[in-house]
Design a protein around this ligand. Structure first.
Ligand code: 3LM
Length: 411
């Protein structure tokens, strides 16, 4: 894959937007910690506030560290501009607050990260913004429902936690005919595996806490799209509404993580293919959801839209909720933890953890079954990952009285 200036992704991830020679040869960019920036005169300060020069003003409005990161992220997402934030939720909320007003409608997909769902379903409602959740895997559902009131269509692909895909180009064909923006959460894929903007989306958001950081040592996010949209989100959603600005120290960690994204991601994908194949043949597993499997229901769409299948897998056990939790508890090397995209393999039970704010009815309506497990396949040796899964299955299902006697929970 080539970027706008014709260099490859791996090169841009390491070099875009930074010239060591302009910084006394320092290969690693300096970290700007200043909260405020001095002007030569009131006139220069006034012009900066009017947007008539590009002088930095105050770190909540931007800093040289943040600007370098944003230029690099925009390059990787093939966007005109990007805006970095203190968290993924910081990017999602700053962008959405900037795009809708009371009386507008948002249409979102059925499957979303728990806090995004909570923000849309419970956070925005009291402010007079209508939110409708539809199965956007079938674009016909959007075509049937969209009206002039719909200002934003929002989806993840693959979705957290159950790996459903939406066809970005097909959704964009529908939103384009309206005064309505399409916003895609690209956290699971990263810009290395999928570029929603090139498929027709207007905005892309990320939790950079995950694969982009890659080492579980920072919280960050970003949104990318057109320069006018980014300017508006920066000067309204971020500056005045959320204030969720990224610190210079986190910029430095994130820039370091991004340099190895392509190398790490290739290994995540390689390991995930093997884990998915193992799970699919296990008698303890009812369904394995991984875009790289031949049996994946949306395999053709995955091949068209994603460069590789990613490092995330969801699977349903032939077990009830308590037994599913017992399986997670029985793992020894694999860690029971939320988040994803780290070097460590992380596993969690969405109904109890990331999606525990959902009521029982919401879990059902949003296709999160009580026996669903999510695994973020890490960078450990593949044999050690599979050995751990194997011993947990055996200890829970054949060693302690639980049996796979035809129990089947999910619909
Ligand atoms: C998680 N996810 O374990 P931050 N979009 C997606 C995400 O997965 C997330 C965000 C946005 C998880 C975090 S759960 C308490 C831990 C697809 C986060 C939000 O604000 O950077 O955490 O991103 O699934």
């Amino acid at each position: 894959m080539k970027n706008t200036d014709q260099r490859h992704f791996a090169t841009q991830a390491i070099h875009a937007g930074y010239q060591p020679r302009a910084h006394q040869g320092a290969l690693t960019p300096p970290i700007y910690t200043s909260s405020t920036y001095a002007f030569d005169s009131v006139r220069q300060g006034g012009e900066a506030f009017q947007g008539e020069n590009d002088h930095f003003i105050y770190a909540r409005l931007g800093s040289p560290s943040q600007q370098l990161l944003e230029n690099r992220l925009a390059e990787l997402e093939q966007a005109e501009a990007a805006l970095a934030t203190a968290s993924g939720m910081g990017a999602i909320t700053a962008a959405i607050w900037s795009l809708v007003k009371p009386g507008d409608e948002i249409i979102a997909d059925l499957s979303l990260y728990g806090c995004t769902f909570s923000f849309l379903a419970h956070g925005l409602k009291p402010f007079g913004i209508e939110v409708t959740f539809l199965n956007l895997s079938d674009p016909a559902n959007l075509a049937r429902h969209i009206t002039n009131k719909t200002k934003l269509v929002y989806s993840e692909t693959p979705s957290n936690p159950n790996m459903r895909l939406v066809d970005i180009a097909a959704l964009a064909d529908i939103t384009r005919a309206y005064d309505c923006k399409l916003m895609i959460d690209n956290t699971y894929c990263t810009p290395y595996l999928q570029n929603p903007l090139t498929l027709g989306a207007d905005l892309v958001v990320h939790s950079a806490t995950k694969y982009l950081g890659g080492h579980g040592d920072l919280i960050a996010g970003f949104v990318a799209g057109t320069k006018p949209d980014m300017d508006h989100i920066r000067m309204f959603g971020l500056k005045d509404m959320t204030g969720a600005v990224i610190s210079g120290f986190d910029v430095a960690l994130l820039l370091r993580g991004i340099k190895t994204l392509h190398v790490r991601m290739d290994r995540h994908v390689e390991n995930a293919h093997q884990v998915a194949a193992y799970l699919e043949q296990s008698k303890y597993v009812k369904n394995t959801f991984y875009p790289g499997l031949q049996t994946f229901a949306q395999r053709q769409l995955a091949d068209r839209q994603m460069r590789q299948a990613g490092g995330m897998i969801a699977f349903e056990l032939n077990a009830d909720r308590a037994q599913s939790a017992a399986f997670v508890d029985a793992l020894q090397m694999i860690l029971c933890a939320v988040s994803l995209g780290d070097a460590e393999t992380l596993i969690q039970h969405p109904a109890s953890m990331t999606h525990s704010t959902y009521s029982e009815e919401e879990l059902l309506a949003h296709l999160i079954s009580p026996n669903l497990i999510r695994i973020s396949v890490g960078l450990e040796h593949i044999d050690d990952i599979i050995t751990d899964l194997d011993q947990a299955f055996e200890s829970v299902f054949s060693g302690t009285g639980f049996s796979n006697n035809g129990l089947s929970i999910s619909a």
